[in-house]
Design a protein around this ligand. Structure first.
Ligand SMILES: [Zn+2]
Length: 329
């Protein structure tokens, strides 16, 4: 069996998996448990790369194969490198009615995927207002929801049934918990500028087996429309130099689907954001200004230098760059 066979998605339907009823889920779990042993023993490398066939199997796999389900680290596919991935894979990114997808936010793109300065920028930055709801792009399961001291600030990562993962960074608040199932369009957090962010924006990434590619290949962030129903993901896209070129982006599809996007907009217009209790005390954040020291911050917020260092994974000797957001409590 070659990769092309393993990775090709089912043809004919263009539907994202939906939740199934509790009864069926129990049956699925029972079947899964009974076949777990067999599955586990035939858990060959190539097969682990196969996108989940449906939503429930996605969840079962996440539970069963913990090695690819990491709720503490950014990357979950340890041991799977770019060389293990196929040259091309077809991914279904919405159903035939244009449902099952919602842009995480609609707005001006202020920084695109690609090389920025000398560093790779692996996501797309979209302008948001403070506290503005940010939506799950597709149905999925929250793999990661924590404050990331590496620069993402409040970060949510959702794994989707088509094998993609989406990253939502710099949130002022996270509204979902690890392991939680979310539907496309559900509020997963609020816009902010936590972490390494000099302005309010959503840093949005799309990854497949931990490899990033330009989200603008899929989404027109200024209209909120998906650019395609079925997306051919090419290995060449996994490079910060592979920014989507204007010539490659189909405008016809965007126009067709913009109407659907604005229709679904209505449904979510009055979205009430319920922050789970576990996330209520998400901490206090401080953006470093000129003259700030760890000692002055500790004094100001009634904490200790050691506690701040712990929260942000820094040491007493770390230089506080102006504009960096630190969690102080
Ligand atoms: Zn960014």
């Amino acid at each position: 069996m070659n990769y092309a066979t393993l990775f090709s998605s089912s043809k004919g339907t263009c539907r994202l998996p939906r939740r199934v009823g509790g009864g069926r889920r129990k049956l699925c779990v029972a079947l899964a448990l009974s076949s777990l042993f067999i599955l586990h023993s035939s858990f060959a490398t190539a097969q682990t790369l196969r996108p989940a066939a449906d939503f429930d199997s996605l969840f079962r796999r996440a539970e069963a194969y913990g090695e690819y389900w990491d709720t503490l680290n950014l990357f979950a596919y340890r041991g799977i490198g770019i060389s293990n991935l196929p040259e091309q894979v077809e991914l279904e990114v919405c159903d035939s009615l244009g449902l099952g997808f919602r842009a995480p936010t609609i707005g001006k793109v202020i920084s695109r995927y690609g090389i920025r300065g000398r560093r790779p920028h692996q996501g797309t930055d979209i302008k948001v207002a403070l506290g503005q709801p940010v939506f799950a792009a597709w149905d999925g399961i929250v793999r990661y929801s924590r404050y990331n001291s590496g620069g993402f600030g409040n970060l949510v990562i959702i794994r989707h049934a088509n094998g993609l993962e989406t990253y939502y960074a710099h949130l002022s608040k996270r509204a979902v918990l690890v392991g939680q199932r979310v539907e496309a369009g559900e509020v997963i957090g609020l816009g902010g500028r936590t972490g390494r962010a000099s302005a309010l924006h959503l840093h949005f990434e799309v990854r497949w087996y931990d490899q990033s590619f330009d989200a603008e290949r899929l989404v027109d962030f200024e209209t909120g429309a998906l650019r395609t129903h079925t997306f051919t993901l090419s290995k060449e896209y996994f490079s910060s130099r592979a920014r989507a070129g204007a010539d490659e982006l189909s405008t016809t599809d965007s126009v067709l689907m913009a109407a659907t996007a604005s229709a679904s907009e209505q449904t979510h217009k009055n979205a009430v954001v319920l922050i789970p209790q576990e996330l209520e005390n998400q901490g206090v954040y401080h953006t470093v200004r000129s003259g700030d020291t760890l000692w002055s911050l500790a004094r100001k917020h009634g904490t200790t230098v050691a506690a701040i260092c712990d929260l942000n994974n820094i040491t007493r000797n770390t230089t506080l760059r102006i504009g960096r957001t630190l969690q102080v409590k």
